[in-house]
Design a protein around this ligand. Structure first.
Ligand SMILES: [Cu+2]
Length: 282
């Protein structure tokens, strides 16, 4: 996993909508620095100006100053500008103007303690039926219905989210257990995964590469290791990857590759042995 994307400041951005988010973050940061320095200087001034000293007595009647109220109104107006002019257009576009399904990649992401299940609809473009009664954590963590014809060509992975570049991707996000948060820092995407709700979100990656998925909600003892690969490939590379995956998933009894599951979810030795013991809390 590339770590050079993170350092001081914001991570690199690979999303079409990213510059607008970064712009907002940067303006808010500068605005907050100005407010912080301004108010702090004012506080220091008042401490000095109204200090206790011989010959002076406290006066509890407020003098009438106009300037502070004008300043307050100015700050409030600027905050309205941030909200209406900078935030709302991006939020509206991302939450209300979804790409048409034929022009976008469709992927379901199902969070669980402590992994990301990724579900692709396969060649027919239709997700097969899923139901909790079919769930078997070792072979069928998503509870896919083995009888549903639409699900025969579906592809599932664990902690491996692969999408094509320069194409909008629509994600349908949910959780099997507790609240998680699907976080793609480099794509400026973060959305809570809520049990019982299928939350749609979308973005368009404009840079190829290998990045990471993080969970941004403290979701349990092993929250820290709930990370996955987020890989943006060329359209051709993506199609090849889908073909390979489809070939390796010839039947529903083998919806995930066990090696992959163990290697990707539990094989992260960077942190050494978990001091709590993995099994104690799961
Ligand atoms: Cu989580």
């Amino acid at each position: 996993m590339e770590t050079s994307y993170y350092g001081k400041g914001l991570p690199i951005n690979i999303s079409a909508h990213g510059p607008q988010i970064d712009n907002l973050i940067n303006i808010v940061q500068v605005f907050m620095i100005v407010l912080f320095v301004g108010w702090f200087a004012f506080m220091l001034y008042t401490l000095w100006r109204f200090r206790a000293r011989p010959g002076h007595q406290a006066n509890y009647v407020l003098p009438k100053f106009r300037a502070p109220s004008y300043l307050e109104v100015g700050v409030a107006l600027f905050e309205v500008f941030l909200l209406v002019a900078l935030s709302m257009p991006v939020v509206h576009r991302l939450k209300e103007e979804f790409p048409r399904s034929e022009n976008s990649a469709q992927v379901r992401v199902i969070a669980q303690q402590f992994a990301w299940n990724i579900h692709y609809p396969g060649a027919d473009g239709k997700f097969g039926r899923t139901d909790p009664s079919f769930v078997d954590e070792s072979v069928n963590p998503l509870g896919r219905d083995p009888e549903d014809p639409a699900g025969k060509d579906d592809i599932t992975t664990i902690n491996q989210f692969v999408i094509p570049v320069h194409k909008p991707v629509t994600i349908f996000l949910t959780s099997k257990d507790v609240l998680h948060s699907f976080f793609l820092p480099v794509a400026r995407v973060k959305q809570d995964a809520i049990p019982g709700e299928m939350v749609p979100l979308w973005f368009e990656p404009v840079v190829e590469g290998q990045f990471e998925i993080a969970c941004a909600q403290l979701c349990g003892a092993n929250h820290y290791r709930m990370r996955g690969d987020f890989i943006v490939k060329s359209q051709q590379g993506y199609e090849q990857w889908l073909e390979q995956k489809a070939a390796s998933m010839s039947n529903l009894n083998k919806p995930i590759e066990k090696d992959e599951f163990e290697a990707e979810e539990f094989g992260d030795d960077a942190f050494g042995d978990d001091a709590f013991g993995d099994d104690a809390f799961e």
